[in-house]
Ligand binder design. Sequence first.
Ligand SMILES: O=C(CO)[C@H](O)[C@H](O)COP(=O)(O)O
Length: 218
Amino acid sequence: MKKLTKCAPSVLAADFSRIHEGIQLIETSGGDWVHLDVMDGSFVPEISFGAQMVRAVRSLTKLPLDVHLMIEKPENHISAFLKAGSDFITFHTEASVHSHRTIQIIKAGGAKAGISIVPSTPVSQIVELLPFVDLVLIMTVNPGYGGQSMIPECLDKVNKLAQIKEDKGFVFDISVDGGINRSSIQKAKDSGIDVFVAGSAFFGADDPGAELSYMKNC
Ligand SMILES: O=C(CO)[C@H](O)[C@H](O)COP(=O)(O)O
């Protein structure tokens, strides 16, 4: 049976002045999760938005909110993102000294915990965390900006993770983020993903619904 891949359109590429329309577009196009990229201008160069935006989006949709923290010391901000209504909170192991504790804080607050790695970080760096997470987010670009080209070598990490997941019977989803579009989606699917994030490929399309449907079903 064909495996169903979920799509999490990234709000980063939406028009912030009409965010309710962007969220509605995700819903009517068949988006599975809403991806929210939180950037602090330190871990990554840009500043995007914080927990207030997550709270606002929470009031607009019942879709799961997939919050991706690209911030230093994420452990200091988990409670704000829990209160804002996040369903998944994913943070970078490169930004958290005690990643296991950060996972515990997220789960104790009732959300699902995700761990993410940038292109230069190997899977070996998160292997001890895999029994505890609900989601692993493999960055396929260097985080900080939308609209970049995918680094295909990062998909080798998805292969590795999918193998570990099968061997050990782990239950986490594997997601990819960065440069996912019509040309790169098939390679990503072949590597073993469960979820993909799409920003510019979705919000920049003439027909976002058709684009999402193509990427999910190809
Ligand atoms: O995490 C991100 C940037 O750091 C974005 O989610 C990601 O880049 C998606 O944007 P696009 O699909 O346009 O590449």
